[in-house]
Write a protein that binds this ligand. Sequence first.
Ligand code: ADP
Ligand code: MG
Length: 394
Amino acid sequence: VDPNIQDDMEKLQDTFPGFRQQYRLIKRIGEGTFSTVYKAEDLVYDQYDNSWDYEKESDKWAPPPLRTYGRNSSSSATTRPRRKPKYVAIKKIYVTSSPTRILNELDLLHDLRGCTSVCPLITAFRETDQVIAILPYFRHADFREYFRKMTPTDIAIYLRSLFTALESVHRHKILHRDIKPTNFLYDPSTKRGVLVDFGLAEREGSECKPCLCHEDPTTRRNRLRAAHLNSSVPHNGYPKQDTRPSRRANRAGTRGFRAPEVLFKCTEQTTKIDIWSAGVILLTILSKRFPFFNSADDVEAMVEIATIFGIKRMRQAGQLHGCMFETTIPTIGTQGFSFERIILWSTCRDTGVKMPEDEKLAVEFLARCMELDPARRISAEDALNHPFLQMGLE
Ligand code: ADP
Ligand code: MG
């Protein structure tokens, strides 16, 4: 065992009074930008409802009984009856996270309790500046180990689980903002998954200013026509003395999974940004390439997306949010490529090859998730009714 990890585990157990009576820390299972996650055995789980099996009944959980935040050391481990061990995931949120941010994560999880395929919050503790969230431990496999082996039906089942979670989250008007394989814990043997990590999540409409992409179609048509008339003087290149105010928008999320409207700094982002990211997961699985997008920054990310969609559609996508998209990169064509072609290429198949029908359906669904225009992109609710996700109904 790594002495540093051991040291951190000791510190954690010493920070919270009564910790050792309630939990037996087993190992570190995750380390991210904002937290460290440990697996632990819950020694006194019978003090709250034990009708729900943490590990197996993931998507059949009744709303977990939420205990009040704070210390709790009334029960003693020595008196517990012998029974099957229950495991929890203990998420230690870094003290560098702001209190509002930590509260936000716990608050949203509390709102989402009882939602199918969303990992419930059992409780949380605070000791001075240290906060830990206690979640049921969910057994899962590493995405990189199974995604290449998935059949179209496997993919449909996987995505049905993910979109079930997204539908609940979006119904609560919450944007997850960080949909990616490591935040969707999936167990291929039970075919169940849970969505975790609401560290970047936010309520729809919070800190948002009107963006052009929300204007009605007639106003937009007129605006674009006027812009077109005014563009008789070609303005090439980047303005030397740019007096326009810089755009600010929430760009939280993970490289490669950011929706085009996030890259275009749309100030009125919606739950559709999660649908795009879910689409990127699907593209990854179908193309058998992880990561599919591998940009170092937002500009490179735009170049990658433009390579697929072509400059014409990328320009239109920019205009939606009042942005110009110009490029002289020769590999970005006017028309771009179809998803079918990209997938055939990346799986080393001849582009003349006919794709099996079920895979074609997956590609059709992919195109609905990766619509450049968020308003036209499929919603989680409609996605569950799409023939491809219907295939995932066992
Ligand atoms: P971060 O904000 O650091 O990314 P996450 O909530 O995404 O934190 O958790 C990090 C990792 O810890 C996950 O990718 C997963 O491997 C593991 N993990 C988190 N929650 C659970 C859970 N409930 N059950 C099992 N493993 C979990
Ligand atoms: Mg995470």
